[in-house]
Write a protein that binds this ligand. Structure first.
Ligand code: WTA
Length: 631
């Protein structure tokens, strides 16, 4: 099953396209199941439905934990490095992690959680977040982790959409020099969340909190009372494992639903092969478990593979910009996986922070989340990998569950800024605007996938129509990724970025509609339009064009400041626009559609070629916006 040479890759890829069911069935055989599947695959991309390994009975946590107990129970499963280097790290062997997960599963059970119930987690990057996730899976409950930087109203939206019964939180969160009041945010959200019965609170910062009688209980006190063994609830491969909310081009974030069996098979398969995993690897992915990268490649895949996964609570620049490299040195990390935005930020701080540490343990580097630019790739390659570590540029999405296009470390070729080649089982195609497949090499088009893979999303929670609409309606019979892509003369894929109204800020997806809705909540705002523009560190920054009430008594500066606060309140600080320009009108077509193309050009500072503006309702508005932008 393991790919170790270029020839293995070619053979596996061919097989995965010629006989996909046979191919995935063989991979699935390597997991532990209580009962095998009745059918390998049943699907339709026309009227979207996908089922992998239906009828198979299992529990993913038995594959992550129990199956390793006999052979490597004392191997380190999880290493946790705290925010402050002064604080002691914590390590869990497979045996210890198994106990912790079982114990907390018992806590959830005694608080009424059963198979299929939804549990929301809003927590810092502490071991209990991973333990909470796995404890849900142990019971067949559906977890929905919400990144702890989202605001209370964003959290409430997600809890309500998922109709969650329990929320897991902490008193506070250490990040760099700052302490955040996690529980206060959750308490505020819960004022509008009638489905929540209990909040289970982990003590982390010893911040002052108020516990609501009958609703709020302490994690540790509950855990003390609970047994350290909990039988796994046996579920079907096609039962849901988790919901993860993500932004799209329209409306509110949608709850992407992943089902347990296919997700397990694909995440482990992709992990071992892309990173060319070895038994003694210490693997570190710097993502937050609040995003898909953390779900698949901090928690599930590394544990499924019986590896050692490192989890870091802090930020790359605390106490200084050498922290990542200090941690690599401390634990002799051999596989390091991060985002281009972090690479660029650290590159800007200078080499003195890198050269203080011994990075010779690193064997494989990885990047994810956004296109990586050549300068960042070179710096990463030369200064972190010392010129001799492969860099896997892994392209994938919340919806795909696992890595889709990437080189395999040292096996298939690297190519700076290219995700390179599809993994076995993945059939990418480039489509033109009319939906025709673009054949041959040296071409560009919209990236679609034409055949299901085991970890493809199954639905969007509570609204299957929306799932069909968002992913399977643009091009009939294909999964549409929303990304533009180039296939070069060697047949290698290079992701060019989103072609829909999604902006990628520091590797985080933001829907334009979502951010505009938040801005429009300000009482003096009449209308707004946001676009992305190239940003040196973040990849893309948000540029907002806002029409405010003429009668507002506030100054421009006051309005800008308040609009930022409004966005923080409704979504979270991560969605704050970099620039806000107050304008008196927006470029609209006669049918009232905002011409974002023009705004994008202005935001980029390039007005040499604004294209045809004659179809605009009021072409004069463009000149005014240009002037306002100082162009
Ligand atoms: C972008 C993150 C270029 C892409 C795993 C995609 C990338 C979106 C890469 C998904 C990459 C992710 N190169 N672009 N290696 N990886 N993207 O759902 O636009 O947070 O559609 O999943 O990030 O973001 P998401």
């Amino acid at each position: 099953m393991r790919i170790r040479t270029l020839e293995d890759y070619t053979t596996a890829y061919r097989k995965s396209v010629e006989t996909p069911e046979r191919f995935w069935e063989e991979v699935a055989e390597t997991f532990s199941w209580h009962k095998k599947w009745d059918t390998v695959l049943d699907y339709s991309f026309e009227d979207y439905s996908v089922k992998w390994f239906e009828g198979a009975k299992f529990n993913i946590t038995e594959n992550c934990l129990d199956r390793h107990l006999l052979t490597q129970g004392d191997k380190k499963a999880l290493i946790w490095e705290p925010n402050s280097p002064e604080e002691e790290a914590i390590e869990f062997t497979y045996k210890q992690l198994h106990e912790k997960v079982c114990q907390f599963a018992n806590v959830l059970k005694s608080n009424g959680i059963e198979k299929g119930d939804r549990v929301v987690l809003y927590m810092p990057m502490i071991p209990e977040l991973a333990i909470g996730v796995l404890a849900c899976a142990r019971l067949g409950a559906v977890h929905s982790v919400v990144f702890a930087g989202f605001s209370s109203s964003a959290l409430a939206d997600r809890i309500n959409d998922a109709q969650a019964k329990i929320v897991l939180s902490s008193d506070g969160n250490f990040r760099g020099k700052r302490i955040f009041d996690v529980k206060k945010v959750v308490d505020e959200a819960l004022e509008n969340c009638p489905s929540i019965e209990k909040q289970i609170v982990l003590k982390r910062t010893n911040s002052e909190v108020t516990m609501k009688e009958g609703r709020d209980i302490w994690w540790n006190e509950e855990a003390k009372k609970a047994d350290t063994f909990c039988p796994a609830t046996i579920i079907d491969a096609e039962d849901p494992l988790f919901i993860l909310y993500t932004s799209g081009s329209t409306g509110k974030p949608k709850g992407v639903v992943h089902h347990a069996g296919g997700y397990m098979v694909y995440t482990k398969y992709s992990f071992e092969n892309v990173f060319q995993l070895r038994d003694d690897d210490v693997y570190w992915c710097t993502a937050d478990i609040g995003w898909i990268t953390g779900h698949s490649y901090i928690v599930y895949a590394p544990l499924l593979a019986g590896s050692t996964t490192l989890m870091f609570e802090g930020v790359p620049t605390f106490p200084d910009a050498g922290r990542f490299w200090e941690v690599v040195d401390k634990y002799k990390v051999s596989i390091f996986y991060t985002a281009p935005t972090a690479i660029r930020a650290l590159q800007a701080k200078g080499l003195e922070f890198v050269n203080k540490y011994d990075l010779s343990s690193i064997r494989v580097l990885g990047t994810v989340g956004e296109p990586i630019n050549e300068e960042a790739w070179d710096w990463y390659h030369q200064h972190i990998g010392k010129g001799n570590c492969p860099i896997v540029d892994t392209w994938w999405q919340t919806e795909t569950g696992g890595i889709m296009i990437s080189n395999m470390a040292g096996v298939t070729p690297n190519k700076a800024t290219f995700a390179t080649l599809p993994l076995p089982g993945i059939q990418p195609v480039l489509l033109d605007a009319e939906g025709n497949e673009i054949e041959g090499n040296n071409v560009e088009g919209n990236l679609c996938i034409k055949y299901p893979w085991p970890s493809i999303l199954r639905t969007t929670y509570g609204d299957h129509e929306r799932c069909k609409q968002a992913y399977f309606s643009t091009y009939r019979g294909y999964y549409f990724t929303g990304d533009g892509c180039k296939r070069d003369h060697d047949g290698m894929y290079r992701i060019l970025g989103r072609v829909d109204d999604v902006i990628n800020v520091s590797g985080h997806r933001m829907g334009t509609a979502e951010v505009e809705d938040a801005i429009n909540q300000h009482e003096d705002v009449i209308e707004s339009a946001i676009v992305g523009y190239p940003h040196e560190i973040k990849g893309q920054g948000i540029y907002a064009f806002v029409i405010c009430d003429e009668n507002s008594t506030k100054s421009k500066e006051e309005l800008q400041k308040e609009i930022l606060q409004t966005v923080s309140q409704h979504i979270g600080a991560i969605a704050k626009p970099e620039k806000i320009q107050i304008v008196s009108g927006l470029p609209k077509t006669r049918s009232g559609k905002i011409m974002r193309r023009i705004l994008r050009k202005i935001a980029e500072g390039d007005v040499s070629n604004l294209g045809d503006t004659s179809t605009l309702l009021d072409p004069e508005v463009v000149n005014e916006i240009k002037e306002g932008a100082g162009l």
